[in-house]
Design a protein around this ligand. Structure first.
Ligand code: UDP
Ligand code: MG
Length: 332
């Protein structure tokens, strides 16, 4: 439990810094200079100690070089490089696991989430005494119609299928208290969808509205395939409804098959036997379809169980600039 708002001391005594800004970065050479230009003056206006934790998600462009240069120019920057591209959610997880802040904010690198809102989030966390402040996109006109439609479908189905009360327009731009981050880090779950995991933890929360800006430069690193992956992880991670659906479908299919069987036998006894080629094909195809669908859904859960049993990390850290220079010296 956080102490009452009026006794909330800033800076907090036992955290290394007041605020960690976790930024997942994958091949963002085009965006990085723009990000720094926007973020740095904002960060300096907060008046709290902070670290800017850049998680380089196995970038293959000039991003690593730019980050190393940035680290020399901006003392608050810390670079955590993952060995291979682990994906947006895993990159954020890596950042959360290593962040040292009393508060941690996660923000995309492409300036779709305005850094100016972070100060507002801090103010809300302080004044409303909450553990989580969600950034809620009240204006998504910069996103494509397809993106908005799929996002809406995603949150609708999550809300319908599970009891997670995820905000319909909240993405991964959010401020979390140390207690929340510790709780997230303690979860053994694989392929977690943080925007669902965090509300499911149930910490007191508030939200701040903002307009989602267009990507500042470069191209989206979220192709359709990754979006579908995120939705499937979201649904299977929070609901067994598809599993139940498969069971019901199997049951209905089975009943229908019995009906057809009885019908066939009766027809045969009545001497009406026709060479039922069409019906045979229909039945075989129908039953096959139901079974395949059911197997597919089962496979999703089996896959998750398998991954969890292996307990294999979802990312591997190649290096953390904080650890290579434990005395805080900047190196060269
Ligand atoms: N990202 C990442 N790893 C990936 C894909 C994306 O770290 O495999 C980062 C990316 O650099 C950006 C954020 O995640 O900071 C969101 O990605 P993007 O803006 O491409 O997604 P979109 O806004 O198009 O959904
Ligand atoms: Mg983006």
């Amino acid at each position: 439990m956080p102490p009452p708002a009026d006794t909330y001391p800033w800076p907090m005594p036992d955290a290394a810094v007041d605020l960690s800004v976790v930024i997942p970065i994958y091949n963002e050479e085009a965006v990085l200079p723009l990000l720094v230009e926007r973020l740095r003056p904002v960060a300096e206006s907060w008046g709290v100690t902070h670290e800017v934790l850049c998680v380089d998600d196995g970038s293959t462009d000039a991003t690593p070089v730019l980050l190393q240069r940035l680290r020399r120019e901006w003392p608050q920057v810390r670079v955590v490089r993952l060995r291979a591209n682990a994906g947006h959610q895993a990159a954020i997880s890596a950042g959360l696991a290593r962040a040292r802040g009393r508060w941690v904010v996660t923000i995309d690198a492409d300036l779709q989430d305005p850094p100016e809102v972070i100060g507002e989030m801090l103010a809300v966390a302080r004044s409303q005494d909450v553990d989580v402040v969600y950034g809620v996109r009240h204006d998504r006109s910069s996103d494509t119609r397809f993106k908005r439609w799929t996002a809406r479908a995603f949150y609708r189905s999550i809300r319908a299928l599970s009891d997670v009360d995820a905000h319909v327009d909240a993405g991964d731009f959010r401020l979390m208290s140390r207690a929340t981050v510790d709780a997230v880090n303690a979860l053994p779950e694989h392929d977690r969808v943080l925007r669902l995991v965090v509300p499911a933890l149930g910490f007191p929360s508030a939200s701040v509205g903002y307009a989602r800006a267009p990507r500042a430069a470069g191209a989206s690193k979220y192709p359709l395939g990754k979006m579908i992956r995120l939705s499937v992880d979201g649904v299977t991670g929070f609901s067994i409804a598809p599993l139940r659906f498969a069971t019901w479908l199997g049951l209905l299919g089975g009943l229908a098959a019995i009906g057809v069987l009885v019908f066939a036998v009766v027809e045969m006894l009545l001497g009406n036997t026709l060479p039922g080629w069409t019906s045979t094909v229909v039945i075989v195809a129908g039953v096959g379809a139901v079974q395949l669908l059911a197997l597919g859904i089962l496979g999703e859960y089996v896959g998750r169980t398998y991954a969890a049993l292996q307990a294999r990390p979802t990312y591997f850290v190649a290096h953390d600039s904080l650890e290579t220079e434990p005395d805080g010296s900047r190196g060269s």
